[in-house]
Design a protein around this ligand. Structure first.
Ligand code: SF4
Length: 264
């Protein structure tokens, strides 16, 4: 049994989180989700791009609380298949998906200065694009919440190998962050999808193993790293968009218009 008597977010300290993290390590994702939703709904929401793990978490959470909140970041450069699954989820689960858009002026300033496909030019510009289209909208959304739930798994990449099941998100105002599938494997995720007839992103049928924006994602070949299709022209250590792992400040040092409002 999970300790439902634990104090809520406002009084959780590092010791509380360490205790919970140790406890959750051996709990099922459903037990962790139930604890999180019981404690924080409606001040907690699932952030998903409708990839395999996100769909599993969404399905599990909906079975626990059919009013669970779901939000997604529409960067403006998503593949058509992502828009299709957003509507599929709305209909299947009868859930109002909260679609978060980037600030129009920030996108205009950035693309006017560097072009619409700036992400191909250099890592710092790619990160600026992710910052404007993903990181800044996420930060704004999370400022309205006490916690969020993500689909991070330890087996997704070396940089995610130590992801805890629960943590304090210091990047976003010390709110709580839950990663219910941190300990799960790729096979466990897909077994759940098949066993529960969960809708899945159709790009998986075309050889994609990780899915983001259309111009920055390609299918992978058998034997390739699952995230090899993300920003495939960059070195492995750069392959994060800043949503889960902060971008290194030195990578963001690019010339921006003085009138621009986006962060770098
Ligand atoms: S993934 Fe590509 S298109 Fe999407 S926000 Fe990042 S750089 Fe821009």
């Amino acid at each position: 049994m999970i300790a439902n008597s634990m104090p809520t977010l406002h009084v959780l300290n590092n010791t509380d989180i360490a205790t919970l993290a140790a406890e959750f390590e051996y709990q099922s994702p459903q037990e962790v989700l139930k604890w999180a939703l019981d404690q924080y709904h409606p001040r907690i929401a699932i952030c998903t791009s409708f990839q395999d793990t996100g769909m599993v978490i969404l399905d599990m959470a909906w079975r626990i609380n059919p009013a669970v909140r779901i939000f997604t970041l529409d960067t403006g450069r998503l593949p058509e298949e992502t828009y299709r699954i957003i509507d599929t989820v709305r209909e299947r689960y009868n859930l109002p998906i909260e679609v978060i858009f980037p600030d129009a002026q920030e996108v205009q300033d950035l693309t006017q200065l560097h072009g619409v496909n700036l992400f191909r030019k250099e890592v710092s510009l790619r990160q600026n694009c992710c910052e404007v289209r993903k990181v800044n909208p996420l930060r704004k959304k999370l400022s309205t919440l006490d916690g969020w739930i993500s689909g991070l798994r330890r087996d997704q990449s070396v940089r995610r190998a130590a992801v805890p099941v629960i943590e304090i998100d210091h990047e976003h105002g010390d709110i709580i962050k839950i990663n219910p599938l941190a300990t799960w494997t790729h096979d466990q995720v897909w077994n759940y999808i098949q066993d529960h007839d969960v809708p899945y992103h159709r790009l998986y049928d075309q050889g994609y193993t990780s899915i983001g924006c259309a111009p920055c994602t390609r299918a992978t070949q058998p034997g390739e790293d699952p995230r090899a299709g993300r920003w495939w022209w960059e070195q492995e250590e750069h392959k994060e968009c800043g949503i889960h792992i902060a971008l290194r400040p030195e990578w963001s040092a690019v010339a921006l218009p003085k009138t621009g409002t986006y962060g770098n």
